[in-house]
Design a protein around this ligand. Structure first.
Ligand code: SF4
Length: 320
């Protein structure tokens, strides 16, 4: 179902979370990191200051309106085109959802930077699952992959994750995104394995690029590289270590929303467009557009081409 709401997107179906309603709480690309693989491209506001970017009442009203029909959802997920923990009223929103809609499980997807803040760790405790990221242990690799706001340290991010694990009783699934040439060396993988041993997540999920990221030079990791990374990291914990990257030879399994495809097709047959422009034109959430484009590209119905610094999508004329 495509929705024209400001803070909600989806629901999307994913292998990790099943049916998940996305809740976006921060302005587009407001984030303490500027990852080279980011699907929503360059960070426009590198920030660590928590703010009430949108009135809590506005977010609650959208959620009340959507959830009043008691839709079938596996998760309500705080994610989006920026870092959700930057929303200063996240804790109150979590408490509201837990008291008014206890039947829905809550998920937080985060880049882990703000877990160094004890207050942030405290307010997210009621979430049913947290999916934090950690891509590098060495400061220079952290800076090359995640391009953080000046002064942010990989050590602090890891210390925040260790503290979170000690305080948090629910599921913690750590994601590691492999960027070939940067964090796939044995040296960095050994450091990541050691960090994983200290963090003690319930699961580790290894990911890789499956659509154009912010930087052209970022490539997807080969199957061999992903398996090698899994092997090294699996030596450090008994918890499962999974590869979640979709590798080219795997066919997508997620059904796409027909209305969203048709809306995207109607624009792209006239002119190639960037994901951000499609989202704006069609009043769809950027994450939803990116997700559909990713699958359409895998099905070879659209092609991504780079023009200057932008990734433009073309509809392939031989496809309906
Ligand atoms: S991938 Fe996530 S953490 Fe990295 S820049 Fe994009 S929104 Fe921020």
């Amino acid at each position: 179902m495509a929705m024209h709401l400001k803070h909600l997107f989806g629901p999307v179906i994913s292998r990790r979370l099943g049916i998940s309603l996305g809740v976006d709480l921060v302005p587009y690309k407001h984030c303490p990191l500027n990852c080279v693989y980011c699907e929503v491209h360059q960070t426009t506001d590198l920030a660590v200051t928590r703010q009430e970017f949108f009135p809590l009442d506005q977010v609650v009203a959208e959620l009340d309106s959507y959830l009043s029909a008691r839709p079938n959802l596996d998760y309500i997920t705080f994610s989006g085109a920026g870092e959700p923990t930057l929303y200063s009223r996240l804790g109150e929103l979590i408490a509201y959802l837990k008291s008014h809609y206890p039947e829905y499980a809550l998920c937080l997807i985060s880049n882990s930077v703000l877990f160094a803040d004890a207050e942030v760790r405290r307010v997210i405790q009621p979430c049913d699952v947290i999916l934090p990221s950690l891509d590098a242990v060495s400061q220079d690799i952290f800076e090359q992959i995640n391009r953080p706001l000046a002064g942010l340290r990989a050590d602090d991010l890891i210390a925040g994750l260790i503290s979170l694990r000690q305080e948090y009783e629910h599921k913690l699934w750590l994601e590691i995104f492999i960027v070939p040439g940067l964090n796939d060396t044995d040296e960095e993988l050994d450091k990541l394995a050691h960090a994983v041993q200290l963090i003690k997540p319930d699961k580790v999920q290894i990911n890789s690029l499956d659509r154009p990221g912010t930087e052209e030079w970022v490539t997807e990791a080969s199957r061999q590289t992903l398996h090698h990374a899994r092997q090294i990291i699996a030596q450090s914990i008994v918890a499962p270590v999974e590869i979640i990257a979709r590798i080219k030879y795997e066919r997508p399994r997620e059904p796409l929303d027909a209305d969203t495809i048709e809306a995207i097709r109607s624009v792209l047959i006239r002119k190639p467009s960037a994901a951000e422009d499609l989202a704006q034109t069609l009043c769809l959430h950027i994450n939803e557009v990116c997700k559909v484009l990713r699958q359409l590209a895998m099905e070879e119905r659209v092609r991504a081409v780079r023009q200057n610094s932008k990734v433009m999508y073309q509809w392939l004329s031989h496809q309906n």
